[in-house]
Write a protein that binds this ligand. Structure first.
Ligand SMILES: Nc1ncnc2c1ncn2[C@@H]1O[C@H](COP(=O)(O)OP(=O)(O)OP(=O)(O)O)[C@@H](O)[C@H]1O
Ligand SMILES: [Mg+2]
Length: 282
């Protein structure tokens, strides 16, 4: 579990993170969502110590991350895996060497032991035969899987993923999401994911934090988000009229106001007469 208490971060005159408190739950995928520029990456960089917040506390399983000694922080950092936006693989290293990199940095393991761990994690992301390939020779989805293998090779307790689906098609995105979700669940990792992706929100949003202009505007899970009446959140999530209608239909379905296809057809053909339950159709 990671806890944020009243975290604030400014650059010059501009306050980017405005007093954010939240709990990232252990063993779950914690999603930070919000429009471009809302502060997701800055918040994640504060969490992993790339930025120091101006005030507030960050606790890694009750360990005070900001005020702890440099040596203690180094120990926590060893427990962190990071999947960077754009994968950030080393172009001059093959897949195996990319995944081995954290082991080279942080362990004194023999090559044989490191190779065994690399093969294990590559198998976990279904990339058994890619060891000798270079980043330029593999697809975007494969690169993300290599980056994920690298992020988990030190068996992290905390996993951070900044936009893991950017640039991927919806189906490949879902493969990556499922891998992250399953790995989180199997190893009881506290996973934090920055995303814009609605599919991810619905598929793996165990705990969702919606950021709006540097503030935590809403939090809940993927079941609650459907029913939220927060206008800012709904404008962000259900950006198109089509999605807003789909949300309204789903609400009616769940509350039993639509119980068969005939009613659904009526609703589609005569939307003005539809009994939207909170009248918030825009
Ligand atoms: N190092 C920095 N110095 C000054 N301002 C910065 C710095 N990093 C980010 N910002 C500003 O902080 C704000 C939030 O940026 P951030 O990258 O966190 O947004 P984001 O929500 O991750 O957006 P996106 O969805 O596009 O990735 C932006 O206005 C950005 O210009
Ligand atoms: Mg970002």
């Amino acid at each position: 579990m990671i806890e944020l208490r009243h975290v604030k971060k400014s650059f010059g005159e501009k306050t980017i993170i405005k007093d954010v408190s939240a709990v990232m739950q252990g063993g779950k995928c914690n999603l930070i969502i919000g429009s471009s520029g809302s502060g997701k990456t800055v918040l994640m960089k504060c969490l992993i110590g790339l930025f120091t917040p101006d005030s507030g506390d960050i606790l890694y399983d009750d360990r005070q991350f900001i005020t702890m000694s440099d040596d203690e922080r180094k120990e926590v950092r060893k427990e962190i895996g990071m999947l960077f936006q754009g994968s950030a693989l080393f172009d001059s290293l093959n897949v195996e060497r990319n995944v081995m990199f954290p082991l080279d940095m942080f362990t004194n393991d023999s090559y044989k032991a490191k190779r065994r761990k690399v093969d294990e994690v590559l198998a976990r992301v279904n990339l058994e035969k890619a060891n000798k390939k270079f980043p330029a020779e593999i697809s975007g989805g494969m690169k993300k899987r290599v980056a994920l293998a690298r992020a988990i090779v030190l068996q992290p307790k905390y996993l951070f993923c900044d936009e893991p689906n950017s640039g991927l098609d919806p189906q490949t995105s879902m493969v990556i999401d499922k891998l992250i979700h399953d790995i989180t669940d199997e190893n009881k990792i506290t996973t934090v994911i920055n995303t814009h992706d609605m599919n991810s929100v619905m598929e793996i949003g165990d705990n969702i934090i919606y950021m709006h202009q540097g503030e935590k505007e809403w939090e809940g899970n993927n079941k609650e988000i459907i029913f939220s009446k927060n206008d800012k959140l709904n404008t962000f999530i259900f950006a198109s009229e089509f999605l807003r209608d789909a949300k309204d239909m789903r609400m009616l379905e769940v509350t039993g106001k639509i119980d068969n296809d005939r009613n659904m057809d009526e609703l589609i053909n005569n939307p003005d007469a539809s009994p939207f339950i909170d009248g918030n159709k825009q």
